[in-house]
Design a protein around this ligand. Structure first.
Ligand code: XMP
Length: 287
């Protein structure tokens, strides 16, 4: 939408914060650039985020740190772009974000709305934000955004891509965000995504967070040996607008394949559990 309005004055910054899923960076770069023709600059900021998040377990603290570091990453990217432009370089004033209405409401921004969680792009923004924010989708729900995407002629795989939150795997590890925990979760998440796609369920399911209970351990037996591993949670949901949701009844055979593959291939995980809670009382993400 913004590209239509300002053309090549737009530069998209894709921040790899080290909290992405397996293969995600490559997929976004490829699909997004190919279909939209916009200029995308990828910045690898994983060390910055992991350093800022080291030792942090509280969900709101994680969200605020992630929101702040996104802005710091955009500030650095703007400095690099201005430098690159040389003589013609001017300060970049505007930051465009894809904020949707539920992000605003859940961050306590609606009339009389409680702060359920600070979405990284709303409640997680730092106070010293110097960019002027442009948020063309701020009053829309996801189904309306999808209708807009279709109207703009974007390809189906982008329009129907399942939502993935800005804080990424950072709000799907209950416990510390270490490289090791992230790698465990990435391995399990990839298996879940592969099996859901193979079962043809991608369009029926809104999204399926996979959550690592890094601070929980239970006793298991794998091979002939005792294990003391972590549980992983599968949270498939269906919803119209993400404000309320129901859990998706995954076929038993799919659950069985997912469980067998995860416990067989990811040694640190010895239990797979299914979250069958609607929203409310649960939220979609665990943090
Ligand atoms: P919850 O967990 O609040 O999630 O039921 C509702 C929807 O919002 C997504 N979500 C986020 N998206 N930044 C985002 O870009 C965030 O901070 C954030 N928190 C939650 C979540 O994946 C679900 O689709």
């Amino acid at each position: 939408l913004v590209h239509r309005a300002v053309g090549d004055q737009l530069t998209c910054i894709f921040v790899d914060h080290g909290l992405l899923r397996a293969g995600e960076r490559e997929q976004v770069e490829r699909d997004y650039a190919a279909s939209s023709g916009v200029k995308i600059v990828t910045v690898d900021e994983s060390e910055r985020f992991l350093k800022a998040l080291a030792g942090v377990k509280d969900p709101e603290q994680k969200r605020k740190i992630i929101g702040r570091e996104f802005i710091r990453a955009f500030e650095d990217a703007q400095r690099a772009l201005v430098k690159e432009a040389g003589e013609a370089g001017e300060e970049i004033k505007f930051l465009v974000q894809g904020t949707l209405y539920p992000d605003v409401v859940e961050s306590g921004g609606g009339e009389g709305a409680a702060n359920i969680k600070s979405h990284h792009n709303v409640g997680g923004l730092p106070e010293d934000l110097s960019f002027e924010l442009i948020e063309p989708l701020r009053s829309l729900f996801k189904d309306e955004v999808r209708a807009l995407g279709t109207e703009l002629g974007l390809p189906e795989n982008l329009v129907w891509r399942q939502p993935f939150p800005g804080p990424g795997l950072g709000v799907r590890i209950l416990g510390e965000l270490t490289k090791e925990n992230l790698d465990i979760l990435r391995a399990a998440d990839l298996i879940v995504r592969e099996e859901l796609t193979a079962a043809g369920l991608d369009r029926q399911i809104w999204q399926c967070p996979v959550v690592l209970l890094a601070d929980v351990r239970s006793v298991g037996v794998q091979g002939d040996a005792r294990t003391y591993g972590h549980p992983i949670v599968i949270r498939p949901v269906v919803t119209e607008d993400a404000m309320t949701a129901d859990w998706f009844r995954l076929p038993y055979e799919v659950l069985e394949r997912i469980t067998n593959r995860i416990t067989g291939d990811v040694p640190e995980i010895n239990r797979v559990v299914l979250d069958c809670t609607s929203k409310p009382p649960g939220t979609i993400e665990w943090e």
